[in-house]
Unconditional design. Structure first.
Length: 283
């Protein structure tokens, strides 16, 4: 891991540490660490100020004690009607859709990054929203004081959805082959949101066979979940693909220690041993 990536990993780890209560994680600040892998000089405060500005403009549209529908309407007016945020349907898998700075600059994103923008602006208004990790299409949920659920789709201009319309969203993605399950509409944690963003970005890079960039993202994932044996193994596989034998062997051995009862633990130990012998033979 080069020095710059190590610094970013440390900053990211500090923002998402297990010692921080879930509701105290600064989602926007943590999300803005991710694009610094590509934009080292990124001005995080400028983007946080922009979110503050959006929230102030929404607040100006609201009565003193707004109802849920009024807050959603005001959020939609500022973010979609005035600012022009929209889902990037034409280049859905463009890595820029997973960088919060690019989403704020270009007003283009995928469901989860547009949801993050919407959620962060709403939070500044004291309007709590929670991520909903529906397969293939990330949503937001608000609970009224009586416990009633409201589902919001930031990818589609802040549409308020019924359960039937959530099924319609799934049908659009899975050609009617995936029935809506209750657990699809459960809320996810902020850490899970960040993990989904990182996974989207990693998949974009893997599709491009850009292993170097994918490796940086996996390093951030190991900061988010430092006890995840699977992420250590994934990092080892990327080191292996890039012929970084020593780092791959270290990760495979770590994986075997972390998950000694896994079905492939012995295979990983043997692979690490093979790589160390290979390196010794080259010396």
């Amino acid at each position: 891991m080069n020095e710059w990536v190590s610094i970013l990993r440390g900053e990211f780890a500090a923002l998402v540490s297990d010692e921080i209560d879930e509701h105290r994680i600064s989602l926007a600040r943590a999300a803005l660490v991710i694009p610094r892998t590509e934009y080292p000089q990124l001005d995080e405060e400028a983007y946080l100020d922009l979110l503050d500005n959006y929230a102030a403009r929404v607040a100006d549209l609201l009565p003193e004690l707004p109802e849920t529908r009024q807050v959603i309407a005001a959020l939609n007016q500022v973010l979609f009607d005035e600012e022009g945020f929209r889902g990037n349907r034409e280049q859905y898998y463009d890595p820029r859709n997973s960088f919060l700075n690019e989403v704020l600059d270009r007003k283009l994103g995928i469901p989860i990054t547009l949801a993050l923008v919407y959620m962060e602006v709403a939070q500044r208004l004291g309007f709590p929203l929670f991520g909903v990790g529906m397969p293939g299409h990330f949503l937001l949920k608000h609970y009224d004081v009586d416990g009633q659920e409201t589902f919001i789709d930031p990818f589609n201009r802040g549409d308020v959805l019924t359960h039937a319309q959530c099924q319609t969203r799934l049908d659009e993605i899975y050609a009617g082959q995936m029935p809506l399950q209750p657990e699809f509409l459960h809320t996810v944690t902020r850490r899970q949101m960040l993990a989904r963003m990182l996974n989207n970005l990693r998949q974009s890079y893997m599709n491009q066979r850009d292993f170097k960039r994918a490796l940086v993202i996996v390093d951030l994932m190991t900061a988010l979940y430092p006890r995840s044996a699977d992420e250590v193994k994934a990092r080892g596989m990327l080191h292996y693909a890039m012929s970084q034998w020593r780092a791959a062997a270290d990760d495979f051995e770590s994986y075997a220690r972390m998950a000694p009862d896994s079905s492939d633990a012995d295979e990983m130990r043997q692979t690490a041993l093979f790589l160390r012998r290979k390196m010794a033979a080259l010396n």
